[in-house]
Design a protein around this ligand. Structure first.
Ligand SMILES: [Zn+2]
Length: 317
């Protein structure tokens, strides 16, 4: 018998990752391709056409062994509330206002589930840390930008338009410069890998970025950067008084990242005595596969919900 799987995908500005995820979260045939190789214009096609070509080929390749019951894709984008339309994608051309779920369903002939990449990572970590619906949990993933997701009452908060949890874009008084989102003075201007990159180029030209914490963790400018990272995290902690805070992303996973300094500042900026006194901070494991596995988890959960809804509708009819 063929193994029932979701094709999980993690679309990033640099890499696209894919794999088949079964109900027990096992991952098969994990692949990474360069996003450039399917960018807008390659083969005279749009990004979405190139992406669907690759997905179709991938599914066909493993068809004899695996029954793909759905496709679940994380995008580095804002997504509409119905989770069908990619609204805006700053780092990939050809992914603004695209009804992606409809397009892919028509092409692939299976249900397609879409979410923010950060939410996919967070679904994976919620499962990993056995965090259930009785808890409030926050996820902060600091990579090129500052990713965030909020888990309340068993669901990741979507908000009125589907764009809740854009924590990187809280404004900061006295901050200068324009953010990738178009606004002035967002905290992400300082609390992001993008900023760390420019800081290293300007102030620490003697090290490659991967070694900056190993050599300069105690430098005042690096300490200041770590404090910037703590500001949005502590802000959200003070709003939600969460049971768990999951921290991850490429910056935290760099060699010798000063975790103690980050925790010191998170506690310093959290309200006393609570939530500061009994914070539970968890660290997401570094793994290329996390976004794909998370997409698989989300895909199965969304599929189950759909089946329940249609059973309910049939019962009512
Ligand atoms: Zn912004």
């Amino acid at each position: 018998m063929r193994i029932q799987c979701i094709l999980g995908m993690d679309i990033g500005g640099t890499n696209v990752r894919a794999g088949l995820v079964d109900k027990e979260n096992n991952l098969y045939h994990f692949r990474i391709i360069n996003t450039q190789s399917i960018r807008e214009g390659v083969n005279g096609k749009s990004f979405v056409e190139n992406l669907s070509d690759r997905m179709e080929t991938y599914i066909e390749t493993y068809e004899s062994q695996f029954e793909v019951v759905g496709v679940s894709v994380g995008f580095p984008s804002t997504i509409d509330k119905s989770r069908r339309v990619v609204l805006s994608t700053p780092n990939i051309q050809g992914l603004d206002n695209v009804p992606i779920a409809d397009i892919l369903e028509k092409r692939l002939g299976v249900p397609v589930y879409v979410n923010r990449d950060v939410n996919m990572l967070f679904y994976r970590d919620l499962r990993q840390f056995h965090i259930d619906g009785s808890c409030i949990a926050l996820g902060c993933y600091i990579g090129t930008g500052f990713g965030n997701a909020i888990y309340v009452k068993g669901e990741i908060l979507l908000g009125k338009n589907g764009v809740a949890g854009e924590l990187g874009h809280i404004p900061m008084v006295g901050q200068r410069g324009r953010c990738g989102c178009g606004n002035e003075a967002c905290i992400e201007i300082r609390a992001s890998g993008r900023y760390l990159e420019s800081l290293v180029a300007k102030e620490f030209p003697d090290v490659e970025i991967g070694k900056v914490f190993t050599k300069y963790a105690d430098h005042p400018l690096i300490e200041e950067f770590i404090e910037y990272l703590s500001i949005p995290i502590a802000t959200e902690i003070n709003i939600f008084d969460p049971d768990y805070v999951v921290l991850g992303g490429g910056i935290l996973q760099m060699e010798n990242f000063p975790v103690d300094t980050l925790e010191k500042y998170i506690v310093r900026h959290s309200r006393k005595p609570y939530p500061a006194e009994n914070l539970v901070l968890l660290y997401s494991e570094a793994a290329q596969e996390n976004g794909v596995v998370g997409a698989g988890i989300y895909g199965f959960a969304a599929r189950e919900q759909e089946n329940k809804d249609s059973a309910y509708r049939q019962k009512r009819a």
